[in-house]
Design a protein around this ligand. Structure first.
Ligand SMILES: [Zn+2]
Length: 246
């Protein structure tokens, strides 16, 4: 066809999931992508257009990112490309059927980071004087069980529950949100900046013990000592101080 523009891109991109970036974009597509038998689309809020362009660059695609109302999107027509995603469980009407894909364990955090950037939220609630951080994923029961199991193995404990509409939530609170941040962003090559910025506000995941100064991961916001032993030593010290005659 003379005059027709030929769009090119790396159709084999998702053939093997072997990098942080591939696992990440697979996760984002799992959450926010629209997959049919012959097309794959990623559309995000227009304010995240730079992120859609990053995906386009990653695919070495030469077609433009389109704008539709307040959305920015990349739409790729390719049966082969759609098939490579279907092989990873990203199929038509995936909202009801999505499962955690079969990818190497070391890339699970990257996939979960991508999924979070699509279907995750992080926010604070105030309970009394305490500000509580919460990070949540939303999706099918199978996907949520998969996310929770992978993070559990990495020592990030979370809760799982279902909503009346049939969707499931995996929820992380307080210190778990900080551990989740550490796991998701360690050695990360790609992320949505506005979500990472929120994670960066939720506080340190390591404290220095007030007694022995060793660095430790507290399980509560208010924990001052690394261990029961240091807690006991501190307690004894306080007692001695109050027992000292003045
Ligand atoms: Zn200590």
């Amino acid at each position: 066809m003379p005059g027709a523009i030929r769009y090119r891109f790396d159709v084999n991109y998702f053939r093997s999931i072997d990098t942080d970036a591939k696992a990440y974009w697979l996760g984002l597509l799992a959450a926010d992508g629209c997959v049919t038998d012959r097309s794959v689309a990623l559309s995000l809020k227009y304010s995240d257009a730079a992120h859609v362009r990053a995906f386009k660059d990653e695919l070495a695609a030469n077609q433009p990112v389109y704008r539709s109302r307040d959305m920015a999107g990349l739409l790729i027509y390719s049966i082969a490309f759609a098939k490579s995603l279907a092989a990873r469980g990203l199929v038509r009407r995936k909202t009801k059927r999505l499962i955690f894909p079969d990818i190497p364990d070391r890339l699970a955090p990257a996939f979960i980071r991508g999924y979070f950037d699509g279907d995750g939220s992080i926010y604070t609630t105030v309970a009394g004087t305490e500000t509580r951080w919460i990070a949540e994923f939303c999706g099918t029961e199978m996907m949520m069980r998969g996310v929770r199991a992978r993070l559990d193995v990495l020592n990030v404990p979370g809760y799982l529950y279902s909503r009346r509409n049939g969707m499931w939530i995996t929820r992380y609170q307080n210190m778990s949100v900080r551990w989740l941040r550490d796991v998701l962003y360690e050695n990360a090559s790609v992320w949505l900046p506005r979500k990472r910025a929120l994670f960066d506000r939720c506080g340190k995941s390591e404290y220095s013990c007030r007694m022995c100064t060793v660095s430790f991961r507290p399980v509560r916001n208010s924990q001052l000592y690394c261990s029961d032993l240091c807690n006991l030593r501190a307690c004894r010290q306080r007692k001695r101080q109050t027992a000292t005659p003045r």
